[in-house]
Design a protein around this ligand. Sequence first.
Ligand code: EPU
Length: 333
Amino acid sequence: MKISKEFSLKKFNTFNVSETAKFIYEVDEISELKGILSDIEDQILILGGGSNILFTKRFEGTIVNLKNKGINIIREDKNSILVEVCAGENWNDFVIWAVENNYGGIENLSLIPGNVGAAPIQNIGAYGVELKDVFYSCLGIKLNSLEEFEMKKSECKFSYRNSIFKTELKDKVVITSIKLNLTKEKHNFNIAYKELKENLSNSELSLKVISDEVIKIRQSKLPDHELFGNCGSFFKNPIISLSKLKKIKKVYPDLPSFRFDSNNYKIPAAWLIEKSGYKERVNKNVSVYKNQPLVIINRGSATGREILDFANDIKNTIYNNFNIQLEEEVLII
Ligand code: EPU
């Protein structure tokens, strides 16, 4: 365990902003966690890899950064394994481990930044797969009672970029590990995403082939946060009703749309943002990324406040242009 006071959070957030926190605890051993939590009197923020958070001011509380490590196979049979992964593991390192050991189910989630413990919070997803597709349960501690718990998938209320941890249990629990069901032999390769299908339909599929292709696509579209601070998609893709879609399509017939459920369609926020001219609008410190305008980038020394103002400007413009209210994917502090 390491405690620091008045600490710069620059290395703890992939937007690379330099806000500070009153205290930060870096915790390697879960056995120490209960004692730490019971000592903290002010507001607690549990932080993983900092890849989905925007600090816009000094955090007037205590940050707990989990760094516990470990991957354990709980049980296995001929076709599948149940694996428990500690919250402090880097998500992509875990995906690499799975692919190298020929355990399938998360290869489409290659190269997603952040830590394992944060993955269930927003039900991370990419290229046709979401965490919930392989999720079995998560283990953690309740912040008010310090009681340990294990929550099964059905209790986590997963949906698109959402879970009980962003709603009823927001700021009420710390997730210390997750358990996932992965395949061992008969893998369900998912190449439904357009570019995977185009690039791989003539290839012999394997976990490695899919993972490599996903990495290639991500590297071509998404910026490296070491070069340009960012948190991936800043907003969720909006889900709108068929009647609203028809209304907008009368004015913008080229608006792409994907069926979400019987009456609703998901539309790309990237398209709305590009159509509103943001690719051309490059401020000194902050802009959208040229290859993927849903990603807002810190061009060097932006403050969290500047990034937030820019994001709010996008939100207002999209509302005025399309009567659509964008919702942040990123947590704003
Ligand atoms: N588009 C444009 N202009 C662009 C780029 C994209 O108009 O410059 C439009 C196109 O119509 C394109 C559509 O946006 O078909 C979708 O783009 P893309 O496939 O890149 O994905 P996305 O919907 O913008 C989502 C996730 C990403 C995930 C990809 C791939 C959300 C909020 N984002 O983005 O997740 O990697 O799909 O599955 O759902 C993240 O959550 O941080 C993230 C990067």
